[in-house]
Each structure stands twice: as structure tokens, then as C-alpha cells.
Design a protein around this ligand. Structure first.
Ligand code: HEM
Length: 126
């Protein structure tokens, strides 16, 4: 028996969908994430669908996001997004809350949080 993937441990498609729904719900409604919200388009549905698809592949599940975008990567997806230390931290914080709120195993959530922290640093322009 092979180890379950992070995708499986999070609950597959439904689990990743619940996670991204919660993440954008927090971004939309909690004023702590206003600067982060303001970076996004008025309609969050397209980016929500895209992030869910991205995460499924990235976590070891179906790779539809990558198959539909040959050569695309997380860095390129943010070429025109002026991410600062502040908004990178807001992203990470909202995502950590979404992991906790959707019942992901704390140990797995902490491992992924470390990686998101490094990704956020790489995306900063300041
Ligand atoms: C570090 C803080 C981050 C900020 C401030 C940020 C912000 C944004 C913004 C503003 C967009 C465009 C949304 C729109 O057009 O409405 C976007 C798109 C996206 N972001 Fe991030 N992002 C961050 C980190 C990440 C990370 C770590 C990931 C992956 C784990 C990620 C995955 C995506 C994806 C998949 C898209 C959609 C790309 C597309 O379909 O064109 N982002 N992000």
C-alpha cells in the first residue's frame, strides 16, 4: 500500500473545493484581508475555480490545471500581481485559517503552510 497523497488526506476534490471556498469567503468578508481582496477582480469565482484546480494537481490529485496550461506555473500566474510582504502574509493567514476551518489534519496543514510561506516570499515585489 502506498502512502495517501496530500490530496487524498484533504478529502479529494470535495475537500480541496471546501478549502478554497472557505479561503475566498474569508478574503471577501473579513476586513483583515482588505488589501488582499483589493488585488483581486470584483468577481472571485474564476480565481476560486482556478486555485481549486491548481491545488488538486499540486497536492497529488488530478492535473487538469497543468494539462490545460502547458508551461504555466504559480510564479507566471502572478506576473502582473504586485504582491507585497503585507498581502503575502494576508494570503498565508487566510489560507491557514481555511485549513483549520475545514478540518485538515494540523500536521499536514503546518507542512503546507511552510511551503506557502516560501512561495509568498518568492512572489513579493517589495
Ligand atoms: C503570496 C500571496 C498571494 C497573493 C497576494 C495572490 C494574489 C493573486 C491574485 C490577485 C490573483 C489574480 C486574481 C484575479 O484575477 O482576480 C491570483 C491568481 C492565482 N493565484 Fe495567487 N496569490 C498569492 C499566492 C498564491 C499561491 C501561494 C498560490 C498557489 C499555491 C496561488 C495560486 C493562484 C492561482 C492558481 C491563480 C489563478 C491563476 C489564473 O487562473 O490565471 N497564489 N493570485
Amino acid at each position: 500500500m502506498s502512502e495517501p497523497t496530500p490530496y487524498e488526506r484533504i478529502g479529494g476534490r470535495a475537500g480541496v473545493q471546501a478549502l478554497t471556498d472557505r479561503f475566498y469567503d474569508l478574503m471577501e468578508h473579513d476586513p483583515a484581508y482588505k488589501a488582499l481582496r483589493d488585488l483581486h477582480a470584483p468577481d472571485l469565482r474564476p480565481v476560486s475555480a482556478s486555485l481549486a484546480d491548481f491545488l488538486m494537481g499540486w497536492l497529488g490529485g488530478p492535473r487538469d490545471w497543468f494539462d490545460a496550461r502547458p508551461g504555466m506555473c504559480m510564479m507566471k500566474a502572478h506576473t502582473n500581481v504586485p504582491i507585497t510582504a503585507d498581502t503575502a502574509e494576508q494570503w498565508r493567514h487566510a489560507m491557514a485559517r481555511a485549513f483549520a476551518d475545514t478540518g485538515v489534519e494540523p500536521e499536514l496543514a503546518a507542512q503546507i503552510d511552510q511551503i506557502f510561506g516560501r512561495m509568498g516570499q518568492a512572489l513579493r515585489i517589495d
